[in-house]
Design a protein around this ligand. Structure first.
Ligand code: NAD
Length: 497
């Protein structure tokens, strides 16, 4: 595949994709086309066919038949070959995929490249584990032994959001396939093209059996709901908003289908006065402004200790005002467009509410005129002096809006950190390791970073406490999520009792 762009000064021409392409029979979609547009310009990026209820039923039926045929679910070496091959193909197509990702989602090209590279790396990690889905054996008495097996669930629906559409796809899909399941993917309606393009590379692997992978496209309320409500689906791996996750769980409960839920966040990022301030400042910027704050783990609540408060805020406000916002395809920009006009409007509503309650020390306005025409751009914002009950402090905004609160000691920092319904991630900046350990243990969050932020490793589990989710992804637990455990007991005793 070729790539058009990416220059400092402008874009090269883009040929609108029409998906699914003729050969892409893994996409079950026969209804009217949906348009996918570039959030930076409004340009048409792709037209993608939408799935009907019948398409969903066909995908489920074919997936179940493919899985029931066997082979895939018992051949770890085959699964490893497919996943390794896919990882290599992702890398070989990095520039094309990164360009498409930026054009469809709005993120910067640097981040898009990282997303493709990270997806390839995670696929490789699970390719390795595909041959190591181990159970246990036990000798229980002289004549009694047991084997505890991990078996694949069967048919898994993977439902993804639009903010990191490949990372969050691969994080569920790769372990689900590695464990021996058949998978049906439903991407968010804002990022179908990048999903279909990447899945096409997986489907094209020589050892990939037909119908073990399929994709359906369309709204959550129709296509997503049809998938979650299907009795032919054994498990739903859902990543998205907390309220959607609750709806998905209720629907899945009708058929007692298993769910793994990766949901929203409102993560605290705590800077103690003894921190390395340069590193903490850079980390704070990364924590909140990555993907324009449209990231579940965004460090959207900055907590700063009293002694460092004023100096830190001054430096943070200046740094925020100097961030370069614009077309994600231009190599020099640090923040791209937000994903849609609707998302931009939501962010601006929060900013307007915040201005009535607190002090806006940087940004917060829509960026208009040249070079922003046709795009959804927001200047990154920092608020201080908000009341603790402010919606900006409690609710997930999913935009480049940072709130700052002050604290006077460790206990107050912990109390503020734990004061929302969410529990996805947290950051701690201090040179006192005793304090770091105590505070990290006291925070209700699935991931706590000390003197860093947003560093993820395929080997290390992620997931949410409280309203941020159920289950864990990545790491060994990430593959175990997609298995059932079976105990087989062998009794060689001469009598029953
Ligand atoms: P969303 O909940 O609106 O949609 C997520 C997916 O669910 C989409 O594919 C959507 O079409 C589908 N969906 C919607 N309603 C459905 C239904 N009733 N049945 C089945 N599927 C349905 O989320 P979004 O706006 O795409 O993504 C942003 C949200 O995702 C944020 O809340 C963010 O925090 C969260 N998120 C969480 C993680 C994590 O790892 N915890 C990662 C990324 C994003």
């Amino acid at each position: 595949m070729s790539t058009g762009l990416t220059t400092e000064t402008g874009r090269t021409a883009w040929t609108t994709l029409t998906l699914p392409a003729t050969a892409q029979s893994f996409v079950k979609a026969s209804d009217d086309p949906l348009e996918s547009r570039d959030p930076a310009t409004g340009e048409l990026v792709a037209t993608v066919r939408v799935s009907t209820a019948e398409d969903v039923a066909t995908a489920v039926e074919h997936a179940r038949a493919a899985w029931s045929r066997g082979g895939w679910r018992s051949d770890g070496a085959q699964r490893a070959r497919v996943l390794y091959g896919f990882a290599q193909t992702l890398r070989a197509n990095q520039e094309h995929l990164a360009e498409l990702l930026t054009r469809e989602q709005g993120k910067t090209i640097h981040e898009a490249r990282l997303e493709i590279a990270g997806s390839a790396e995670m696929t490789e990690y699970y390719a390795g584990l595909a041959r190591a889905v181990y159970g246990r054996s036990m000798v229980l008495k002289d004549d009694v032994q047991s084997v505890v097996l991990r078996e694949p669930m069967g048919v898994v629906a993977v439902i993804t959001p639009w903010n990191w559409p490949l990372t969050l796809l691969i994080r569920s899909l790769a372990p689900a396939l590695a464990a021996g399941n058949a998978c049906i993917v439903k991407p968010a309606s804002l990022t179908p093209a990048i999903t279909v393009e990447a899945l096409g590379l997986l489907d094209g692997q020589p050892d990939m059996p037909p119908d073990i992978l399929s994709c359906v496209i369309g709204s959550g309320s129709e296509v997503g709901d049809a998938l979650v409500g299907s009795n032919g689906v054994d498990m739903i791996a859902f990543t998205g908003e907390t309220q959607t996750g609750i709806n998905v769980m209720k629907r899945a409960a009708e058929g007692l289908r298993k769910v793994a839920l990766e949901l929203g966040g409102k993560s605290p990022n705590i800077v103690f006065a003894d921190a390395d301030m340069d590193k903490a400042l850079a980390g704070t910027e990364n924590a909140i402004f990555t993907t324009c704050g449209q990231i579940c783990t965004a460090g959207s609540r900055l907590l700063v200790e009293e002694g460092a408060y004023y100096e830190f805020i001054d430096r943070l406000a200046e740094m925020t005002r100097n961030l370069r916002v614009g077309d994600g395809l231009a190599e020099s920009n640090q923040l791209g467009a937000v994903v849609s006009a609707g998302q931009q409007a939501t962010i601006l509503d929060y900013v307007a509410a915040g201005k009535k309650e607190g002090t806006l020390v940087a940004g917060g306005n829509a960026l208009t005129g040249d070079p922003y025409v046709g795009g959804n751009f927001v200047a990154p914002a920092v608020f201080t002096d908000l009341p603790p009950r402010s919606r900006l402090i409690r609710e997930e905004i999913f935009g480049p809006v940072l709130t700052v609160q002050r604290f006077s000691d460790d206990d107050e920092a912990i109390a503020l950190a734990n004061s929302t319904d969410y529990g996805l991630a947290a950051g701690i900046w201090t040179q006192n390791l005793h304090r770091a350990w105590r505070v990290a243990r006291a925070i209700d969050a699935g991931t706590v970073w000390v003197n860093t932020y947003h560093h993820f490793y395929s080997e290390a589990e992620v997931g949410g406490y409280k309203h941020s989710g159920i289950g864990r992804q990545q790491g060994v637990e990430g593959i175990h999520e997609f298995t059932e455990t079976k105990h087989i007991n062998f009794d060689g005793s001469p009598t029953l009792w």
